[in-house]
Ligand binder design. Structure first.
Ligand code: DC
Length: 222
């Protein structure tokens, strides 16, 4: 039985750099719902492991570390042991680390309650890889948001450039392909489109069109 079954959840899953985080946040803002960026939790585990010199392949140690995390989210910022880490978890290196630590079942199990706790009134929009398939199986609306790997690479490239950071198109492409493979091929909660999820391919549409698609689909359920 899920915790708080009467509180509606919109689950948005999809591959890296698909834009699902931006879409999920905007849908949550529009509805006045809470927002869960579940990828941030895996990123925090990867960062905490790096800080504590635990390697990203050590499943048991990472599981214990994930269970003991002291995280808080305030006004869009993330704190680990009261230290601000919002920018630190967004690097490409920590994104890769998140994908590596996320393959371990003890890590995923340790983060489950934390994710369920985000389900508070009036509702939740949650994005990740296993929101529909594992964490919120009873979500009212399930969306699988994707885009071609070339378009995702292009978006990530422009995003890095706009921040004045170094960006290499071929490296980003190779990295995304590797992450797609790791996230989809793992045995623990792989990235999948569940049969009851609506497909939203944003290869040829912009953020606003994607947000409208989700809001219209949600309104139809009311
Ligand atoms: O959404 P993101 O790019 O911030 O996620 C980083 C990594 O975390 C992603 O490559 C796989 C992992 N992840 C996961 O396994 N399950 C989730 N629900 C969210 C993220």
């Amino acid at each position: 039985m899920p915790a708080n079954p009467n509180i509606p959840v919109i689950a948005i899953d999809g591959p890296s750099a698909s834009g699902k985080g931006t879409v999920a946040q905007l849908v949550a803002d529009k509805l006045g719902y809470h927002y869960l960026d579940s990828g941030a939790l895996y990123r925090i585990v990867a960062l905490a492991a790096q800080q504590q010199q635990v390697i990203w392949s050590n499943a048991q140690a990472l599981g214990a570390l994930a269970k003991a995390l002291n995280i808080s989210f305030k006004d869009g910022e993330i704190y680990l042991n009261d230290a601000l880490i919002t920018e630190l978890v967004r690097t490409e290196e920590i994104g890769r680390g998140a994908s590596e630590v996320a393959v371990h079942t003890p890590v995923r199990a340790a983060l489950l309650d934390l994710q369920h706790n985000f389900r508070t009134p009036p509702g939740l929009v949650a994005d990740g890889r296993d929101m529909a398939s594992v964490v919120f199986t009873d979500a009212k609306l399930k969306i699988y948001l994707t885009a071609s790997v070339e378009v995702r690479t292009e978006r990530r490239y422009k995003q890095l450039k706009s921040k004045g950071l170094n960006a290499d198109y071929d490296k980003i492409l190779a990295d995304l392909q590797q992450r797609d493979l790791r996230d989809s091929a793992r045995s623990a909660s792989p990235l999948i489109q569940t049969p009851d999820a609506l497909l939203l391919d944003t290869t040829q549409c912009d953020i606003q069109q994607a947000v409208d698609f989700v809001l219209i689909a949600y309104k139809k359920l009311a």
